[in-house]
Design a protein around this ligand. Structure first.
Ligand code: PLP
Length: 488
C-alpha cells in the first residue's frame, strides 16, 4: 500500500510514499496530508472469519489488508502494548446502556483517554523505525489535555525519540497536569508555559517554523516529527476498534452480520470519526456516522449546512476541552476522499485565505450520505451525566455529548455504538457537579463520586497524587527554545 497527498503533488516531494515514510515525515505537498492510495475492502468472509477474534488478531488481519512496510515482529510487539490495558482479553469493552445503545469504552489504557488506543502501538512503531534507520527524532506536542499524557506515556524510555511537551500553566485539570509532570523518563521534557493553551500552541508553531531552531537540532543530529492525529500511523489504529465493536454486537447476538448500525463519535480533530468513515468505506455495515460536538460546533455547521467558517467563531472553553477545536485537521481527508485533490486544495486555500469555505449543494448531499451532526451545551451534557448515573453508568463530559445525537439524529431504529473517549476520572470535578455537588479539586471529586456511586478509581489515577513532581519548569514562552535545546 502506498500513500498519496490530499492537496496533490508539488513536484518536489515524492508523488507516493510508503507507510513508514508517511509516519516519519507526515507533512505532504502544499500543507496537505497523506492518505491511502486505495483502501482495502473487507467482505462478508472477512467479518465472518473474525467474529470471534481477539482485538490483536483483528489488528493483524487489518494490517495485512493494508499491506504496509512494517515488519511482523515489530507490529506484534507494538500490539502487545494492549496487554497493559485493564483487561488484556478485552481491551475495548462494550457496555449496553439502552436496548439499542452500546458504549464502546476506548479509555482502558494507561492514561485513561482514547488517545492511548492509537498512540500506544504507534509510539512503539515510530521509535522502532527511528532505531532501524539510526535516526533521532524530537516529537513536540502542545497540549490542553489528553494528547500530552498519552504522548509522554507511549515514548517513555523509547530509543531514538525525545519528547518535549508544552502545557498551559493554568489550563489543565489536576489529573492531566499530574500525568505529565510526574512522568519519569530521561528522554522526556515537560514544560509549563505562563499562559493559556493558545499561548502554548502559538509557541509550538513558531518553533516548528523556525529555521534556526531546526538547524540547531540538526547539529545534534535530530529531526522533528509529529505525533498529532494528522499522522496516518495513528489513524490506522483508529479504524480497528470500529470493526471490533461491530463484531462484538454480532457475537452477542444483538445484530446479525450485515445489519447496519449507527456510530456516534464525539469529535474534535476528526481522527476518531475518520477511522469510522474508512471502516464504513472498506465495507463495515454502518448506516451513518453521527458527529457530536460541544458548542464549538463548526463540524455541525459543515455537515448540516456545508459551511466551514472560522470568521464568525472564536474558541469557547467548555467542560469537554478535548473537543474545543475549530480547525479540525482530519476533515481534509474526508474532503479528499469525496471530492479529489484539486477541489480539496481549493477548499483548504479558501480556508487559509478567507477563513472559510463552502461546499456546493451537491457536495453537501454527498457528505451527508455518510454523516450527520449535532452539538450539546455543557448544561445538556451534565443532564446526560446525571440521567445515566441514576441508571448506574458514570460517563465523562465528552462521552455525554453523544447522547443528543443518539436521541435526535437517528432516522431508523438501528442498534447504535456510542464511543466513550475518556474515563470519568479525568474530568471528575465536572462529573461531580453534574451529580449535584460542587468541588474544586480533582481529589475531592474522585473520592466523592467513587464512594457515592460505587465506581473504582483506577490505580494509575489514585497514585498520581502521591508521586513526586519531576518536571517543575514553568517559564515564559520566549524561553522555550533555549530550554528545549538545553534538553536535547
Ligand atoms: C482527542 C479527544 C477527542 C476528539 O477526538 P478526535 O479524534 O480529535 O476527533 C474526544 N474526546 C476526548 C476525551 C479526547 O481526548
Amino acid at each position: 500500500m502506498t500513500f498519496i497527498e490530499t492537496r496533490g503533488n508539488d513536484g518536489v516531494k515524492p508523488a507516493e510514499v510508503t507507510f513508514s515514510q508517511a509516519i516519519l515525515s507526515p507533512s505532504a505537498s502544499f500543507g496537505g496530508l497523506y492518505v491511502p492510495k486505495k483502501l482495502p475492502t473487507l467482505d462478508f468472509d472477512f467479518f465472518k472469519a473474525h467474529s470471534n477474534s481477539h482485538y490483536k488478531e483483528l489488528c493483524k488481519a487489518l494490517f495485512e489488508k493494508f499491506d504496509v512496510d512494517i515488519a511482523e515482529v515489530d507490529l506484534n510487539a507494538a500490539l502487545d502494548r494492549y496487554d497493559a490495558f485493564d483487561d488484556p482479553n478485552d481491551p475495548v469493552p462494550l457496555k449496553k446502556v439502552e436496548d439499542d445503545a452500546f458504549v464502546s469504552e476506548l479509555w482502558h489504557g494507561p492514561t485513561r483517554a482514547f488517545k492511548d488506543m492509537a498512540l500506544q502501538p504507534f509510539g512503539y512503531i515510530l521509535s522502532k523505525l527511528a532505531e532501524k534507520r539510526k535516526e533521532h527524532y524530537l516529537i513536540m506536542a502542545a497540549t490542553s489535555g489528553d494528547t500530552g499524557p498519552a504522548t509522554l506515556e507511549t515514548f517513555k524510555n523509547a530509543s531514538n525519540v525525545k519528547v518535549a511537551c508544552l502545557y498551559p500553566g493554568g489550563g489543565t485539570s489536576d489529573v492531566q497536569r499530574l500525568q505529565m509532570v510526574t512522568e519519569e523518563a530521561n528522554n522526556e521534557k515537560v514544560i509549563g508555559i505562563n499562559g493559556d493553551f493558545d499561548d502554548a500552541q502559538t509557541a509550538l508553531k513558531s518553533l516548528l517554523a523556525s529555521d534556526s531552531f531546526k538547524a540547531k537540532l540538526q547539529e545534534s543530529n535530530t529531526q522533528l516529527s509529529a505525533a498529532n492525529s494528522v499522522n496516518f500511523g495513528r489513524i490506522i489504529f483508529q479504524i480497528i476498534y470500529h470493526v471490533h465493536s461491530y463484531l462484538e454486537l454480532v457475537k452477542r447476538g444483538e445484530i446479525s452480520l450485515g445489519e447496519t448500525v449507527y456510530l456516534v463519535v464525539p469529535s474534535g480533530n476528526f481522527g476518531n470519526a475518520l477511522g469510522g468513515y474508512y471502516a464504513k468505506k472498506m465495507g463495515l455495515p454502518v448506516e451513518k456516522i453521527l458527529i457530536s460536538s460541544n458548542i464549538n460546533n463548526i463540524l455541525t455547521d459543515l455537515i448540516t449546512k456545508g459551511e466551514y467558517d472560522l470568521t464568525c467563531k472564536s474558541l469557547i472553553q467548555t467542560t469537554s476541552p478535548a473537543m474545543d477545536i475549530l480547525k479540525s485537521s482530519n476533515v481534509e481527508r474526508i474532503l479528499f476522499d469525496k471530492f479529489g485533490s484539486s477541489r480539496t486544495k481549493q477548499l483548504m486555500d479558501d480556508l487559509a485565505e478567507n477563513g472559510k469555505y463552502k461546499l456546493t449543494h451537491e457536495e453537501l448531499e454527498i457528505l451527508r450520505e455518510d454523516f450527520d451532526a449535532t452539538f450539546s451545551s455543557d448544561e445538556e451534557g451534565k443532564e446526560v451525566i446525571a440521567e445515566y448515573a441514576k441508571k448506574g453508568y458514570i460517563m465523562d463530559p465528552h462521552t455525554a455529548t453523544c447522547f443528543k445525537a443518539y436521541k435526535n439524529l437517528r432516522k431508523k431504529s438501528l442498534k447504535t455504538i456510542i464511543y466513550s473517549t475518556a474515563e470519568w476520572t479525568k474530568f471528575s470535578p465536572t462529573v461531580c457537579e453534574a451529580l449535584g455537588r460542587e468541588v474544586e479539586r480533582d481529589l475531592d471529586a474522585l473520592k466523592w463520586i467513587s464512594e457515592k456511586f460505587n465506581v473504582p478509581v483506577p490505580k494509575m489515577i489514585a497514585e498520581l497524587f502521591e508521586k513526586p513532581i519531576v518536571h517543575k519548569t514553568v517559564i515564559d514562552k520566549e524561553k522555550i527554545e533555549e530550554e528545549i535545546l538545553k534538553f536535547i
